[in-house]
Design a protein around this ligand. Sequence first.
Ligand code: ZN
Length: 554
Amino acid sequence: MHLRKQMPAAVPIACIAIQLMMGQAFCDDHAKAKVTFKLLDVPSGQPTPAVVCIRDLDDGSVRLPPDGRVMKRVSLAEEFYRGISFHHDDHDWVGPPRKMLGKGDNNDRSYVYEELPSIPFWHEPVLYQTEPTFSITLEPGSYKISVARGMEYVPVVQKFAVAAQDQDHVIQLDRWVDLPSLGWFSGDVHVHHPTTQKAHQDFLLRYAEAEDLHVVNVLEMGHHRGTDFKQLGFGKEFRRRRGDYWLVSGQEEPRSTFGHIIGLNTTELARDLETYDLYDLAFQRLHDQPNAVVGFAHFSWNGCNLPRGFPWYVTTEAIDFVELLQFSRINTLDYYEYLNLGFRLAAAAGSDVPWGSTIGEVRTYVQTGETLDIDRWFAGLEKGRTFVSNGPALEFTVNGELPGSEIKANGKGKVSVRARAWGHPKVGVPELLELVSNEGTLHTERNTDGGSHELSFEMHVDIPRSKWLAINSRCDNGAVAHTSPIYVVVDGEPTWSPTKSQEIIRKQLDAIAVIEKEFADGNDIRSRAIQERLVRAKTYYAKLLEATRKSTRK
Ligand SMILES: [Zn+2]
């Protein structure tokens, strides 16, 4: 222990002499050893890339392969702006060390996390990608390696001691759940990185493999002056694939003081500076592209001016999904309110890397059937065949139908609900499973003794009127998951809450009034166009209010 501190100056020369006598290569001033790790994917028996952190247990420092140097600083957003290159023939390749804990300054990790960890089960200050087999040269001492491969694998933490000899370790990465075998394929709806160079695409594909993240939506990001994170192109011919891992280009654009819009699976960059913050037109430009899916970003934390735009633009009924989970935060409060107005919004999750720590730290699971058909993945997302998670797995059906489904009912019967949340002690054990609806929480299951890694229930629910139904789960370590709703429709009535809607509509009108005031005196084209849209939204809410009142009287 502490050999390097106690060793007198003369000793290294002796060390060199001994090593030379033994035919070994030149050793520097400390007796270092090479530690080789082989990361093994247990289900396939194949070596796999993964995300790693190696730390010196004496001083807590993070060590980086291949030379074992102490990490001086974490990677910054600007490296992602420029683009990170990966080369298959570089066996010492190591990805950028991503900040996972502690307050960020938005150059390294979004400030929105505050003190929350980026991944509930990851307790190291950073993570970085490595090759399936990699080596690190370390001086004698005590160390720890942490390895993960997304939330479906059991993370491994292993201590090791380094002495004079080189050593080899095999790290077994095994699944605790195989969601693809159940038809659920993971994706991240919000990743920023250029794809113009092949080495950039290779970086993202290798990253997807290391995180076992199947669909990486790489978004070109717009603003009034131009766009960043340039994509090579949009549409099927520009999709890139390595096995069951895909890169699909999309856009985060427009981004104005009314919030940020996401277009996925697009065929071209939809951008018009003349009508930049008239989002109904932006939605139209995106929906005009076959199979494009439209979302509103940052819903999870009400960020990037979302509250200034969402309350009125949601009335266009052109938003397919919201980012319900991002930066370890989930926003059920607002989600339930919009569902209670009868809007159908799919639950999605996006990391927003490089402001999020790592791709797939929050995941959108889409049901595509047994194999990953990328077109079905986007069609499923649009329909809301989804759940979001940063830990536990969910299963939820109503009368055997999946999230996103509409079930017709006659108002006299019941529906049969099956719900299940399960996890792993090293990823998160569900302590709560809830069935929620427009009539509030209908059922709660709690893990009281912590003995089981699973919560589940089956029940029958009365359907006298239209209902949305969804489940959510929370784990002992703060990990969360939530499904999109299943909509049970009686007499063609929306799945709103007639009793709660008046109060919710009042909140929307208050938000609209703020923007109205801001543009009240404007007589330019943009101000007039915004005024017009605010009037449209108010008319929409007036009709909605009247309809829900009628519905209560019924
Ligand atoms: Zn954004």
